[in-house]
Design a protein. Structure first.
Length: 82
C-alpha cells in the first residue's frame, strides 16, 4: 500500500489465486467509505465500489491512518483502526 498527495494505491483482493496481486488506485476525493471486513482487514472504498485492503501487519498503517485523517477529515476512521 502506498499513498501520495493524489490518492492511495494497494491490494484490491483478499482471496483466491490473485491474493494481494490485484491492485487498484483511488484518488482521495473518490474515497466514499472506510471500514473493516469480518476477517479483520481494513479497507478504503471508492465511490464506484473498488476497495484497497490492509491489516495491522502492514508496518505503515499508523502513518496511513494519520494521512487519511488529514486528507479526508469528513470521513470517520473506525476506532479499531487507530
Amino acid at each position: 500500500m502506498i499513498w501520495t498527495d493524489e490518492g492511495v494505491q494497494g491490494p484490491s483482493r483478499l482471496f483466491g489465486p490473485t491474493l494481494w496481486l490485484s491492485r487498484t488506485a483511488i484518488e482521495w476525493q473518490d474515497i466514499g467509505a472506510v471500514g473493516a471486513t469480518i476477517t479483520n482487514y481494513w479497507y478504503v472504498q471508492s465511490l464506484d465500489g473498488r476497495r484497497i485492503y490492509w491489516s495491522y501487519l502492514y508496518p505503515g498503517y499508523g502513518s496511513f491512518t494519520s494521512r487519511f485523517s488529514t486528507k479526508r477529515p469528513d470521513l470517520s476512521i473506525p476506532s479499531n483502526l487507530g
